[in-house]
Design a protein around this ligand. Structure first.
Ligand code: PMP
Length: 410
């Protein structure tokens, strides 16, 4: 895998940012888009655009074939047993909320438990708080180790016969820890609970096989994996999707509508109320083709290598705190850090003057920030188009920030 060649697929790298070539280290927030995806979107709108499923005209058939073809591509990408287990949603947040509304709220009652770590992204935390409020179920948080990882023995201890749902991010968006989802799913299932995996940071970056992992639901977003914004996926086991209630009611998702009651289409279409995210799904299908051609194993290795290199380089600079698992540990491609005594927004602003884009803030994980005892952090996240030179530029820009804020660093 050659990131220098890969970069040429991404028109955005022609941009100059504040007089410098762009160093984009914010792919965990959203990835850039290759020409191959942009061209498929253009082709779709220029030659296929129509509504799906109901039209009998030629364009309607083309659009339907492209849309349903994208579902098949996504299913193969995550090794779903059937394309009918892939629901197109707006993204991870919507997918997780659909499980909360359509599955958990319908079933949970006082005494039931939902088990998760406190390090989850707000999208995989607040929906469960809301389920607990609505149903009387209880949330049980797993203890976090100092590097943000969780221990399987703590999962064993937390999950009981009362546990109905266990959930965790496959890869933490703040710490980059890769969680042992397969082992956690096994514990959940042994106690009769279902396992929900937030794949927002894993599906774009590593091979993910839902059958191997044996999760009951998996949620992820297209925009973090070279696809367009506004599209994501909810994968579920067939029997659970069949049992689950739709969240949105209206056109497209119905079978028979009477005046006082109605019936729904089968899974997955019963979950896709209204005109679906047609172009988004087609674009996501193109992104899946693009990533598959490069190879997810190679991407995972590349991202982890850059993360380890970045950790080592940052740790060699005085005055920088790095959070999460050590360099060299099997981890996702992101690094979270703080320049001691300087607000990360200020750090990110100085880096931006050098064309280096990093994220600063609480990363939608306020409870985790409290555990780390920080208000916010800076985060550099890597993807297939990043190079070792990008890390050199990050380090140079950080050295400039250190000089600029020198007085503030203890
Ligand atoms: N979970 C994790 C781990 C994430 O990193 C993100 C995106 N930052 C989300 C959920 C939410 O994804 P989206 O905003 O695309 O719905």
């Amino acid at each position: 895998m050659n990131p220098v060649e890969i970069r040429k697929d991404f028109p955005i790298f022609a941009e100059q940012i504040n007089g410098h070539p762009l160093v984009y280290l914010d792919s965990a927030a959203t990835s850039q888009k290759p020409r191959q995806v942009l061209e498929v979107l253009k082709q779709y709108y220029e030659h296929e655009n129509s509504n799906v499923h109901r039209g009998v005209h030629t364009l309607g058939t083309r659009a339907t074939e492209s849309y349903e073809g994208a579902r098949e591509k996504v299913a193969r990408f995550i090794n779903a047993p059937s394309a009918n287990q892939v629901v197109f949603t707006r993204g991870t947040t919507e997918s997780l909320n659909m499980i909360a509304y359509g599955y958990a709220r319908q079933r949970f009652q006082p005494g039931d438990e939902i088990v998760l770590p406190p390090s989850e992204h707000h999208s995989n935390l607040i929906p469960w708080q809301q389920v607990a409020r609505a149903t009387g179920a209880t949330i049980k948080y797993l203890p976090l180790q100092s590097d943000g990882t969780i221990r399987l023995e703590d999962v064993e201890a937390a999950v009981t016969a009362n546990t109905k749902l266990v959930t965790i991010a496959h890869v933490s968006n703040v710490l980059g820890a890769i969680n042992p989802v397969k082992e956690i799913a096994e514990i959940a299932h042994r106690h009769g609970a279902i396992m929900v995996v937030d794949g927002a940071q894993s599906v774009p970056h590593m091979p993910v096989d839902v059958q191997e992992m044996d999760c009951d639901f998996l949620a992820f977003s297209g925009h973090k994996m070279c696809g367009p914004t506004g599209v994501g996926v909810l994968y579920g086991k067939k029997e659970l999707l069949d049992e689950m209630e739709p969240t949105y009611f209206g056109g497209e998702m119905i079978d028979v509508v009477e005046l006082y009651e109605s019936t729904w289409k089968e899974t997955p279409w019963k979950f896709e109320g209204g005109t679906p995210i047609i172009a988004g799904a087609v674009g996501l299908g193109a992104a899946v083709d693009y990533l598959t051609a490069i190879g997810l194993e190679e991407i995972a290795e590349h991202d982890a290598h850059l993360a380890s290199l970045a950790i080592e380089r940052l740790q060699s600079l005085n005055g920088i705190d790095v959070y999460g698992p050590e360099a060299g540990v099997h981890r996702g491609g992101l690094v979270t850090f703080n320049l001691r005594g300087v607000h990360p927004h200020d750090v990110a602003t100085v880096l931006d003057t050098q064309g280096v884009a990093v994220r600063a803030g609480h990363h939608c994980a306020q409870p985790l920030m409290r555990i780390l005892n920080v208000g916010s952090t800076a985060r550099a996240s890597f993807y297939l188009y990043n190079t070792e030179e990008d890390i050199d530029r990050l380090v140079e820009a950080l050295q400039q920030a250190k000089e600029f804020f020198g007085h503030a660093i203890g």
